[in-house]
Design a protein. Sequence first.
Length: 296
Amino acid sequence: MLRKAMSKLTINSTLRMNSGYEIPMLGYGVYKTPANVCEDVVTKAFEAGYRHVDSAAGYRNEEPCGAAIKKSSIPRSQIFFTSKVPPMQLSYDSASAQVDASLKLSGLDYIDLMLLHAPYGGREARKGAWKALVEAQEAGKVRSIGVSNYGVAHLDEMEVYIKELEKERGGEGKGGKIDVGQWEVHPWMPRRDIAEWCKKRGVVVEAFCPIVRGKRMDDPALVPLIKKHRKTGAQILIRWSLQKGFVPLPKSETPSRIVENAGVYDFELDTEDMKALELDVYEPCAWDPTVAALED
Ligand SMILES: NC(=O)c1ccc[n+]([C@@H]2O[C@H](COP(=O)([O-])OP(=O)(O)OC[C@H]3O[C@@H](n4cnc5c(N)ncnc54)[C@H](OP(=O)(O)O)[C@@H]3O)[C@@H](O)[C@H]2O)c1
């Protein structure tokens, strides 16, 4: 059954979010992509078949992302654009203002997904920023909303203030629903606790650093699969992520790698292969705010 579902994965595969909107499973990350090359590489990504761009206010490239989206002949409805509210000084005001700023900078009529980039700032800051996203969603400025780098404690806390917001804002649904969460996820950061939390609630898990920034290509867990499938390490890791039901967001500024990272639909990892990548380790290659205390 799983095998059958997996063989159906295509570059156009999507997942349905709690908002009712669809999210393309393969994303294209633009962290550290300089603004002056960003429009060009996003255009190349569209040519390679990606339909999902993951940016953030902090990446300082929402403007060229928006330019590439508007310039493209692909209908806006078929492209998915994400931005994020910066982690510092999280608050109701900063999140409301950021939604407007991201709309203005990107030049888009709506943002497909707005995330809170990290959980810093304390409970009231997180609750206020979340309320701002809920209002932006109701206003049609953003279609889906979520969080990034929240640990299980931050997620559990959200469930409490979502209930509070329901009461404060006049009833069921008024507290918002988490559509997506974004975390560093790959075989060396399996995030089983968070993935389980999300699965129970229909929250889509996005995987950042899905190819571990290119640093694990000669890892003993990966090499046999590279040889077996005659695919690159990046392709094996992206395929692993997709078969786990995640939304991987590989980043590349290199035209050949942009194409390579999308070439993951002509092979399949079998049960044994997936098992070989079930590692029980915690080895992040990026920051990990999930471990921050609730007071931080
Ligand atoms: N929410 C968060 O806190 C957070 C944090 C980090 C990342 N993200 C998101 O997730 C995206 C992906 O994460 P990431 O950019 O940190 O890491 P990544 O996608 O795992 O790796 C990107 C790095 O790997 C290189 N690369 C790309 N394709 C390759 C290939 N086929 N073979 C070997 N090396 C390859 C890239 O170099 P070139 O560009 O030179 O090709 C770049 O240096 C980001 O762009 C961003 O959108 C979010």
